[in-house]
Design a protein around this ligand. Structure first.
Ligand code: PLP
Length: 284
């Protein structure tokens, strides 16, 4: 594999791209990121990812490394240079390079890195079979609304899920599900109503979540935004997760117990179809 990646103003073959060992992203996880999916060579939900990046940067007191238009151009250029038809673009901005110190450096220049990952997103086998999740305590920090690169705990939780024969973990705090390790979590009740946790600092404000809730409202689907318990999830008809890299995906088992009949259900499948159709119309 020799992709063309973007680092601090340059397009380079991936094996020539370098970041300093003094970069604060490396030393302190002092950085934020975004993942934008690409379908048919087009960017999905791009303006929303751009807005969330600006918010994350602002929350941690970092300056934007480039303008919005430049960011769009870089994304498009990477799609072209890598002939990316379907997959993701990963973007990371760190506070930059400085001698190691807990205090933020005064004049560091942000580091910006982007790369593509080709992946079959629309026809992944898990969409047909459904995801199995386990629940684990949510031991992350309390600013989960900021999309920072400190992903060690979610990574550990996902490893634990894999060792337990599942695909992912749902995180639990004070008896309520917060979200998945890298996705937002939802249940569908017998009434057809959808429940997903309300926005706060407890969860990442998922872009796919926001777009899906807008489409659901347009289709007349009722969505309750409130915390839900593991018991409610186990008693649900269907369950699902959303993220830029998987759109809307069914969850069929929680802690070894089936959700509904233990198979991907019709409501999740409809929501996925709606999400894909409508967001492709708006893709850029
Ligand atoms: N929640 C967490 C913790 C995540 O890491 C992610 C994506 O990485 C999401 C939710 C889904 O967010 P989005 O739909 O913007 O990809």
């Amino acid at each position: 594999m020799n992709r063309i990646v973007y680092v601090n103003g340059k397009y380079l073959p991936e094996n020539e791209a370098k970041v300093s060992i003094f970069d604060r992203g490396f030393l302190f996880a002092d950085g934020v990121y975004e993942v934008t999916s690409v379908l048919d060579g087009k960017l999905i939900d791009f303006p929303s990812h751009q807005r969330r990046l600006a918010r994350s940067l602002n929350e941690v007191g970092m300056v934007a490394p480039c303008t919005d238009n430049e960011l769009l151009d870089i994304h498009r250029e990477l799609v072209t240079r890598n002939s990316l038809h379907e997959g993701m673009i990963y973007l990371q901005v760190t506070r930059g390079e400085a001698d190691r110190d807990f205090l933020f450096p005064e004049n560091a220049k942000p580091t910006i890195v982007l790369f593509t990952q080709a992946k079959n997103l629309t026809n992944s086998p898990k969409i047909k079979s459904g995801y199995k999740v386990i629940t684990v305590p949510d031991l992350r920090w309390k600013r989960r609304d900021i999309k920072t690169v400190q992903l060690l705990y979610p990574s550990m939780a996902k490893m634990e899920a894999t060792r337990a024969g599942a695909d992912d973990a749902w995180l639990v705090e004070d008896g309520f599900i917060t979200e998945g390790t890298s996705n937002n979590a939802y249940i569908v009740q017998a009434s057809g109503n959808i429940i997903t946790r309300n926005l706060s600092n407890d969860i990442l404000h998922g872009i796919t979540r926001a777009t899906l809730l807008q489409f659901a409202a347009e289709e007349g689907v009722t969505v309750e935004q409130r915390p839900f318990t593991l018991d409610e999830a186990l008693g649900a008809e269907e369950a699902f997760i959303t993220a830029a890299s998987l759109f809307v995906a069914p969850v069929i088992e929680i802690d070894g117990k089936p959700v509904g009949n233990g198979k991907p259900g019709p409501i999740v499948s409809r929501l996925r179809k709606i999400y894909l159709e409508k967001s492709m119309e708006a893709a850029m």
